[in-house]
Design a protein around this ligand. Sequence first.
Ligand SMILES: [Ca+2]
Length: 359
Amino acid sequence: MASFIFKAALFVVSVVLLQRLMRFAIIMGVHRHMFNHTPGPCRTIPGIDVGSEDITTLSNGVAIITSGVAIIEAEMDTIQGRIFSFDFNQPDKAVKEVKITGSSFNKTALKPVGMSAWEDPQTGKVSLFVVNKPLPPRTQSVELFDYDHKSNTLRHKKTVISDAIFSPNDVIAVSADTFYVTNDMRFGRLGPLEVVLTLPTGTVAYYDGSEAVQVASGLSGANGISKSQDGRYIYVSGLLDAQLNVFERGKDGRGSLLLRKKIDVHTSVDNINVDKAGDLWLGCHYLGYTLDLLTGNRWTGTAQVLRMRLDADLNPDVREVLADDGKLLKGSSVASVYGNKMLVGTITNQMILCDLIAF
Ligand SMILES: [Ca+2]
């Protein structure tokens, strides 16, 4: 009898594992093929070669770029995380490294990933929120800075560390000192297992200025996070279930989130930016299986940018703005637009600038 129960249990576990592995293979796009197109001429921006994982563009056209995430242990010492700026108004000028000041932060330990800027509507003062993601088991955090455009300097204000922020990926500011942050994985060094089994272990936490609490869970590879122009909705991408989650912010003042819609995007969405018109720009990994972040090869993956327009009932209209099989750009994680130009960043290598002529 015991033997029968063991065999039955083994059978069930095998079927479930097989189902999860097949699901992973489909989400990673093993059955897909890409055909290349761009919305206009594109060129590589010099000075960025160890990543441009997140890009956020201020209302004056200055884009801030995070660069230098570590993907294997050896890179913790060999790759220096940096923040750069790029001026859309002077696109022929090189990127500039943003100076980081403040004795409360060790800038040599910076491994920046997701980022968000808050511009004070009255004063125009810019606060920058940066996810600092050294490899586990090191402590990961969200770092708060003031950004001074004239001197191109970030002055460190605060480090936010919390049990509710256990594997941060991206952050969205909702005031000068409050934010939502995604946690992409739960199990630290066992993260690859979560990825392959596409486990819904991702969460969202809300920081109210003094403490962080979990406000959403059950997300599969929670990654990019952004908000609608009016601040009513919070968008969260599920990298491992190819979905975009639309949450409505509760009115309890405690950051609660109510899931309003799950949108099938049919591609692995990384970071999300929302433009002036309220459209979502999604940096995506359409052939996720070509992206190799485990062996330390930083030059893998494909590029895809989608623009998603949501109607009043949150129904999406999606347009593919750029697709590339890796010849032009590898591993696109973000797109940020200003006027008729678009920057596309990558997790671990370059960044391109494209004219938005037709798409
Ligand atoms: Ca991301």
